[in-house]
Write a protein that binds this ligand. Structure first.
Ligand SMILES: [Zn+2]
Ligand SMILES: [Zn+2]
Length: 146
């Protein structure tokens, strides 16, 4: 499993960096790898704490700036924040989000019907869609038990 993740990182990451003319540094690779391993859509701060375990001298600022560079180049996605702190995830295949309104957990899920959602004509004329994602809001299992 671990090996698979590393391979996925290496293939997709380096290709996309190359395409965008982004230099691949060990620092950037580690930041991306840690994000790939994080299924929880971490904030920059949470990711910084994970990266620091491998790169003791890295600053929060560097991690944040790297994430923003990645997101400007389509290598990671900034996940909808609703006024909370920005959260990040690696750019994976098309998937959708179920978001808990209580604990703000975001659960990834796949659904083919959602993938092929059609943008209403009326909106197409005044809005250029770059990315389509369905976000379901609700209460997660853990919060429902409380
Ligand atoms: Zn919850
Ligand atoms: Zn996601």
């Amino acid at each position: 499993m671990k090996k698979q993740i590393n391979e996925a990182v290496n293939s997709g990451f380096s290709e996309r960096c190359e395409k965008r003319g982004l230099r691949i540094t060990p620092q950037r690779s580690i930041i991306y790898e840690e994000l790939m391993k994080s299924a929880d859509h971490p904030t920059a701060d949470a990711l910084y704490r994970r990266v620091r375990k491998r790169l003791a001298n890295i600053s929060f600022d560097t991690v944040f700036r790297t994430l923003m560079t990645f997101s400007e180049n389509g290598i990671v996605n900034v996940v909808e924040g609703y006024g909370e702190m920005k959260r990040f995830e690696p750019d994976m295949e098309n998937h959708h989000h179920a978001r808990c309104v209580k604990c703000h957990k975001i659960i990834d899920f796949k659904n083919e019907a959602y993938d092929s959602i059609v943008v209403p004509q009326e909106l197409q004329q005044r809005f250029k869609v770059l990315n389509k994602r369905v976000v379901l809001e609700g209460i997660c299992e853990d919060c429902a038990k409380k």
